[in-house]
Structure formats: C-alpha cells, structure tokens
Design a protein around this ligand. Structure first.
Ligand code: MN
Length: 705
C-alpha cells in the first residue's frame, strides 16, 4: 500500500522540495478532514485521495493538481467550506477542488436534455482550467479500480457513464493509458461473462503464438541492427475491450483479430522513424494502402506515429507503429505529457491540440440552439475521425469525417464560407453538399454579395460552419423582422388615426420600461416575429400618452397591409393553400415564426378569422415581381406526346415547372400533378387557358388544401 512518504519520494524526481511540502500539507489536511470516514471497502477514506494524486504523479502533473487531488472530496464530504480551503491553500487550488466537486454532481444517466446541460457545465469547467478534468479523470479511474465493493447495478451505471463520457474525453485529450484502463475496467464491470471468455481465449492464443511473435521480433531486431538503427522493438497486445468492440462492430471473429501481430518500434529521432520504415519494408512486403503518416499529419488529439502493415513469415499480417520516445509519451499521456512545469504562476500550458479543442467547444456552445443540439455536435467532436484535404495552393486542412465543401469553406475563412456559391473537387464542379474524401483538392468559388443558405444547416458537420451560418441567419432575420414589425405597427396606428411620428420618445420609453426591452427596435422585432401584437403595442403607445383622448374603438382596419412576397424569413406562405397574388389573403401571426399567409378561404384559418389580433387582413402590393408556387391537377386522356405538349405550353406562357408527377387512372385516362411557379392569378389564368387548348386535356383544377 502506498503512503504519502512513498509518493513524496516519487515526486522528488520532478518537483521542488517546497512544492512537495505543499502537497504533503494538503495530504495531512485532507487526512484530518476525512477522519473517521471509510470507503465502501472498509479502508480509511484518505486512501482514495492519495491514490488519485498518485495517478496524477504518474503523469508528472504539477503540484497544484496534486494538492487538488488530495483535497478533491473535502468540500463535498466533510462540510469544510470553500472559504476555509481558500485561506489554507489559495485560490488556484481551491478553484480546482471546487471544479472537481461540481463535476462530481453531474449525472449523465438522467434524461437527454439534462444530460446535455450537464455536459455543457463540464465543458465550462474544463475550459476554465483543464486540470479540473485531469483530476476528475484520475478520481474516476481510481473509483473504477475499486468498483468491486459496489452493488452490480451501481457498477454497471458507473461503467456506462464512463464509456459514454469520461473515456471519450480522455481519448480526446490524448490520455490513452487512462482511456484504455478505463475501458478494460468498465468492460469487466458491465459484461463480466464476456470479458472472462475473451480473456481466456486471448491467453490461449497468446500461448500458441508466442513462438511466432518471438521469431518476428528477432528478425525485426536483427534487420534493424544490421542497418545500424538503434531501436526498442516491443510486442503489442490488444486490449479486451477493443477486441470486443471490433468483434461487435466489424463482425470479425476472435481469431481474425488475434491473428494480426502488432509491434511498436520506438526510436530516437523523426528522421530515424522513416529510416526504420524503409528497413522494415525491405524485410517484409508492405500491404498497399495501409501506410499512414501521422507524423507529417498528426491526429486531432496530437497523436503521432507511422503505421504500416506487412506480410510476414507464412503470410501473417504484422501491424507496425514507428515513433520517437516523445511521440510515445504523447500517445500514452496526451495533454499531460506536454505539461510545462510552470508551477509558480497559474498559466496552464496543455498541448495546443487540447486547448484548441476546448476553445472550439466553447464557441460551439455559444452558438448552439439548445443543449441537445450542442451535445450532438460534441459527439462528432468526441469521436474524431479526421480527413485531410488540400487547398488549391497545397495547404493541408484537417476536418472531421463527413465534412462537406461548405465546412471546408468555413475552415478556410468565415468570409469564404459566407460568400461561397460553388466548388470544384479535384477540378470537377461539385455540389456544395458533397462529402469530402481524404486527399482531395478543394477549390471554393465565391461571389461578392452571396449569402449563406439556411439549407446548409442540414448537411454541415463542423461547429464553425454551423455557428457562422446561424449567426448570419439570426442577424438577417433580425433586420427583416424589424422592417415587418414597423409596417405592422404603422398599420395598427393608422387604424387608430395616428402614425409613428405622433408618438414622442417619453411614451416609447414608458412602453420599453413596461416590456423590459432595451430599444424601440426590439419591440419592432418582437412584433415582426409574431411574439407581440401590433394592435396591442399601438394601444399601449397611445394610452401611455395619457393626455390623448382618442376613442380607441372608433377606428377600423380599412387599409390592409400590403405584401410583396420579398419580405424574407419572417413572411411565409402556407403550404396548405399556397396563395398567389390576386387571391384574397389573410395573415396569421404565429409566435416566433412571423407572419404566415393563407388564402381567405383556407380552412386552416377559419377558426381564427374573427380574431383581429391573430388574423390580419392583408392585400397584395401593386408591383410584385417574385414568383409563387401553385399546384394544378390536370385530367388527361392518354395520348402519345401529350405531356410534352403540356410542358411546352407552360413554357410558352412564361411559367416554370417545379415538379410533375403522374398517375394512371385506367388505360385511357391519367391525372397529372403539376407544381408551377407563376406571378399571380392573372398569369395563372393565362397558363390554364393555354393548357385547355391542348387536345386530350379534360379538366384542370387548382389544388388547395
Ligand atoms: Mn473522489
């Protein structure tokens, strides 16, 4: 059993005497605070914080993290207040302890919404000081090591939560040895039978193949010695959990997986890596397409190595990883291996990759619409599988798997994303929604004045693209709703015999105060979005003006608001009745969606027709130059070429076909559904007149509802 003295000895290899003294002070403080408390196993409680600190010492973390590890359960379990801790150990350590305590409260088993919110909290804690997460991971690891004392259902819960959240976070931070141990322990806890079976099978297989492993290792070493390349050659064993996942996900048999022989070759320098690669390719034939250079292009979590697969003696596949000592440390300890021991100030320098990741999470969090949406995107980020593509100038861009050209455009620059209109992949024109593949060269075509399309949100995968598109739409929506709100308010005031100019600032201020909004524009926006009734705001503005003695009931809506069809995102046309200019129309203000326009006769608005707050009488603007969708049903006699005649008649009448579908009624008759875009009712009448002249057209009906 390890003691504080044993730990101090180990710390003396990299911490100063004063720093070790601080760690010891935290230990004794915690020991006293936890006096009388025992773990589920019956041991004194202090065993646990000491073990957590010891895990962090293996990663050579700084003394403040170690102090926080010693004290991490003190606020939580002993009732000692945060303030007392701050007086004893200072703010930095206390904030770390506080952060870890908060993470402890986060439960990931609850319903999705809550889980997402909790994950946000976790990201915030991490962003403040990433050491919070390192202490938490060590805490969780020690709890997993001592799971045996818990009830099976509790073991399973902790196992699931770890596999869902903590192991992926460890992976993302590059803490591989922590992740692997977590996965093995969770696998044991959750599926004791399965892990037992695999363990036994692996032991047998290892026994059987140890001779071959030795042979391969000897021949590798021999060749590298001949070439004067000093290296360490290590056999690699697969972990139970990764074997199990491979069997499950790739439907491979156990022998398929175990029949691959893994080796790691650790060398002194990067240059040596490539020379060793040459030597082993010379010894055994490499399998084409399996070579990966993660030294030139590191993975997102900072991992670097050369990977290659060879065909060895009697055809067995040999997987080889080649890396330097430094890369090996990075592969095992990730962010922790990059730790700078700047122990005298608070500056925390983790690996750049990890910091960048946390920064990205923060930005994502700011722009996500809801916690659920946020966690959906974090999941993409947590299980990274990156692709590498090139700019036309040969710059390498790293993107998550599944990224599209729009993601690429935003990765290059926000302005490029906002104004992209087309793209070329390997010189071929391709849709903006194309998913990118490794190694492609991508060129983005931009146009001045081009704008992001809301439809992009359905295919982009990176947080950067998503947040920028959202941001753009939000500000566009704002200006459009302000304009619509102004018009609605103006109309409401006009119906009361007033105009905006009649209302002085004092009254506006009064209404602002009442509504709790900051600017008059905010009120307009609210009206435009349908969150506030224009008529109510108009009355408020006038009533606020107490000396006015207008009769609020005396005026009627007689000048309906005119619709142009180009109002943008805040005015939409109902799909149920597809109104076109010329149709009598009404508008339904619906919360958050702005104004939805229906035909007066649409059955969906009949219920609210009498309610002048919800249902506004509208008119069409005199000059409209946009196009509107309309659905026609054409009853036809089946005759060769009749559909072609239909199409050309429509074109001659200057209308566009947006969609066409046919169904046969019987051998003689069929029904054709047409979706056309027209300028209005007169235009539609012209189209229909032309269609009637075609032989075989029996009946034409405009479809509503
Ligand atoms: Mn703990």
């Amino acid at each position: 059993m390890s003691t504080i003295d044993a730990l101090s000895d180990r710390l003396s290899t990299y911490l100063s005497r004063e720093q070790i003294q601080q760690v010891r002070r935290a230990y004794f403080y915690a020991e006293q605070a936890h006096t009388g408390q025992r773990r589920r196993s019956g041991e004194p409680y202090i065993i646990h914080p000491l073990a957590v600190a010891s895990i962090l010492a293996d990663m050579r973390l700084d003394y403040q993290s170690l102090m926080a590890a010693m004290l991490h359960d003190v606020i939580e379990d002993t009732g000692i207040p945060k303030i007392a801790l701050a007086e004893q150990f200072g703010d930095v350590v206390t904030e770390l302890v506080d952060g870890v305590s908060k993470l402890t409260h986060i439960k990931f088993e609850t319903k999705e919404e809550q889980q997402a919110e909790n994950f946000q909290k976790m990201v915030l804690a991490m962003a403040k000081d990433i050491r919070v997460m390192l202490v938490k991971l060590a805490d969780r690891l020690h709890n997993l090591r001592t799971l045996g004392a818990l009830r099976p259902d509790k073991r399973r819960r902790i196992g699931r939560e770890t596999l869902d959240i903590y192991a992926p976070v460890a992976h993302r931070l590059g803490l591989n040895s922590v992740r692997v141990e977590m996965e093995e322990l969770c696998f044991d806890a959750m599926y004791p039978m399965r892990s037992g079976l695999i363990r036994k099978a692996v032991a047998t297989a290892r026994g059987n193949r140890s001779e071959l492993v030795d042979k391969i290792a000897t021949s590798l070493r021999g060749r590298l010695n001949e070439e004067n390349l000093p290296t360490r050659v290590l056999g690699r064993e697969k972990h139970m959990f990764s074997i199990y996942t491979k069997m499950k996900e790739q439907r491979k048999s156990l022998s398929d997986i175990l029949d691959v022989y893994g080796f790691r070759i650790v060398v002194e320098s990067v240059d040596m890596c490539y020379r060793v690669l040459g030597a082993v390719h010379n010894l055994y034939k490499p399998i084409p397409g399996r070579f990966k250079d993660y030294i030139a292009i590191p993975k997102t979590n900072g991992y670097q190595s050369l990977h290659t697969t060879l065909i060895g003696i009697s055809g067995v596949p040999i997987e080889i990883q080649i890396r330097t000592e430094e890369m090996d440390a990075m592969a095992n300890h990730g962010i922790a291996s990059h730790w700078l021991y700047k122990t005298d100030n608070n500056e925390v320098a983790g690996s750049q990759h990890a910091q960048q990741w946390v920064q990205n999470l923060l930005e994502l969090q700011k722009s996500a619409g809801s916690p659920i949406e946020f966690i959906e995107h974090v999941k993409v980020d947590l299980f990274p599988d990156e692709i590498y593509v090139f700019t036309p100038k040969g710059r390498i861009m790293e993107l998550p798997k599944g990224s599209t050209t729009v993601d690429f455009a935003y990765a290059v620059h926000t302005d490029v994303g906002n104004s992209c209109i087309a793209c070329r992949i390997d010189r071929q024109l391709a849709p903006l929604s194309s998913k990118l593949q490794n190694g492609q060269t991508v060129q983005i075509v931009t146009a001045p004045g081009a704008q992001p399309n809301p439809a992009w949100l359905s295919f982009v995968v990176t947080g950067k693209a998503r947040s920028n598109i959202r941001h753009f739409l939000k500000s566009q929506r704002r200006s459009e709703s302000v304009t619509l709100g102004e018009r609605l308010l103006d109309k409401a005031l006009a119906s009361l015999g007033k105009s905006i100019d009649d209302i002085d600032q004092a009254h506006i201020d009064l209404v602002l105060e009442e509504t709790g909004l900051g600017f008059f524009e905010d009120i307009m926006e609210d009206i435009g979005l349908g969150n506030r009734m224009a008529s109510l705001v108009a009355r408020r503005l006038l009533v606020a003006n107490r000396d006015t003695d207008i009769d609020l009931e005396a005026f009627n809506d007689d000048a309906p608001l005119a619709i142009k069809g180009t109002e943008g995102l805040v005015v939409s046309f109902a799909k149920c009745c597809s109104p076109i200019p010329g149709d009598p129309i009404v508008g339904n203000t619906s919360t958050g969606r702005g104004l939805v326009i229906h035909t007066e006769t649409c059955k969906n608005v009949q219920e609210i027709r009498g309610n002048s707050e919800k249902c506004i009488i509208l008119s069409w603007d005199k000059d409209i130059d946009s196009e509107f969708s309309v659905d026609l049903r054409v009853y036809l006699e089946n005759r060769k070429g009749v559909v072609a005649e239909l199409a050309s008649a429509i074109t001659q009448a200057d209308a566009n076909i947006e969609g066409i579908s046919m169904e046969d009624r019987d051998a003689k008759l069929s029904v054709t559904q047409l979706q056309l875009s027209v300028q209005g009712r007169k235009h539609l009448a012209r189209v229909i007149r032309r269609l009637r002249t075609i032989r075989g057209v029996n009946k034409i009906v405009r479809v509503k509802n």
